[in-house]
Design a protein around this ligand. Structure first.
Ligand code: KG4
Length: 340
């Protein structure tokens, strides 16, 4: 009998539902909330309201696209955290209600594990190349910057992580402060393609071990631009491509230096990336170049699996389902999870 599992993701500003059948993706519907654009960042209260409006149509569409009805489902995986509490409450409550109505189990998923396993979503008619265990994942998003060792779909060790801002935050905050728009990552990525990455240099942090820090480089860029603008008010407009290219290169250098160190220390040569920032074209190119040089097998998730999506929650939940895990109906979402 085929096993159909529904995944639900609502941790931030994307309402998403996906159906997988025995690990193969049948549908992945994402409603991205546009309401936040005019505020230059996600407004939690508006995000919760939009999730509440989107969740039923998004789930219905995911089932329809998968060609199944609710009664065909074997289980429901949902994001328990980390994320915005109000947003998580919508997905969690919906999963519980549907689980009760259909009398099927619910399975909580750590959002970050979803990103770490995004490469395991299998698709019919596509090459399904997956990293072998153990592998290293550079998990880079708006809320996290970590190097994680993955020993199995259920075993994770954080080798290093940011001690202050996440790298996605550095992209977003700098873009906002420079008036380039939101979300900053894609804007900076696009401008960087037309600029010279060697033109400007920004201070890189000296943090021991495998941890990261991104607040210093952010401040370095902002002070530099402020000082140059005092001399020439048109400096930003004239140099924004080179500024973005140089800033992006600095962030990628910082990320890669520790990733290379982690690969050396662990002897692991299976390397993947995940999270919203893994959509960055400069980072993707650099991982592949470095991998070729150092003999790594590198795995880049498809762009649609880099940002928040329910397919990754479904696959992470599927492994827990196979492991016999079931979540009690008194579960509550959590905005922070310090470990896996
Ligand atoms: O994983 P994600 O969708 O959401 C969470 O953080 O939960 O990541 C969003 C982050 C934002 O900071 C956004 O600016 C960044 O991913 N991002 C990018 C790119 N696309 C999205 N950063 C750099 N380059 C991109 N192309």
């Amino acid at each position: 009998m085929p096993e159909y599992l529904l995944g639900i993701e609502s941790s931030c500003d994307d309402t998403s539902a996906a159906v997988i059948q025995d690990g193969y993706l049948l549908s992945n519907v994402i409603a991205s909330q546009q309401v936040h654009k005019e505020y230059g960042g996600v407004v939690p209260e508006l995000a919760s309201r939009a999730h509440e409006q989107n969740i039923v149509p998004v789930v219905s569409q995911a089932l329809q696209k998968a060609g199944i009805g609710p009664g065909d489902l074997s289980a429901i995986a949902f994001t328990r955290g980390p994320g915005l509490l109000g947003s998580l409450l919508v997905g969690t409550s919906f999963a519980k209600a549907l689980g009760i109505a259909l009398d099927i189990p619910i399975i909580m998923v750590n959002h970050l594990q979803g990103h770490l396993l995004a490469g395991f979503v299998k698709q019919h008619g596509k090459e399904n190349r997956q990293p072998a265990f153990p592998y290293l994942c550079l998990l880079v998003s708006g809320g996290n910057s970590q190097i994680v060792r993955v020993d199995s779909p259920l075993e994770y060790t954080i080798l290093g992580q940011t001690i202050d801002d996440a790298v996605g935050e550095a992209f977003d905050k700098c873009s906002k402060m420079l008036g380039l728009g939101y979300p900053g990552g894609p804007v900076i990525d696009a401008l960087a393609k037309q600029g010279d990455p060697e033109r400007f240099h920004f201070a890189k942090p000296q943090i021991p071990g495998l941890d990261y820090s991104f607040s210093g480089v952010k401040t370095s860029l902002l002070y530099f631009v402020r000082d140059e603008m005092a001399k020439d008010p048109a400096f930003l407009e004239k140099n924004k491509e080179d500024l973005c290219a140089s800033f992006q290169k600095t962030l990628i250098d910082i990320l890669m230096q520790k990733l290379v160190k982690a690969a050396r220390r662990t002897g692991i040569r299976e390397v993947t990336i995940g999270g919203g920032v893994s959509a960055n074209s400069g980072l993707r190119t650099r991982i592949e170049e470095t991998g070729r040089k150092l003999g790594w097998n590198t795995y880049l998730p498809e762009l649609k699996f880099t940002t928040d999506n329910a397919a990754m929650i479904a696959i992470a939940g599927y492994y827990r389902y196979l492991n016999g895990e079931r979540t009690s109906l008194d579960v509550a979402p959590v905005s922070r999870i310090s470990d896996y």
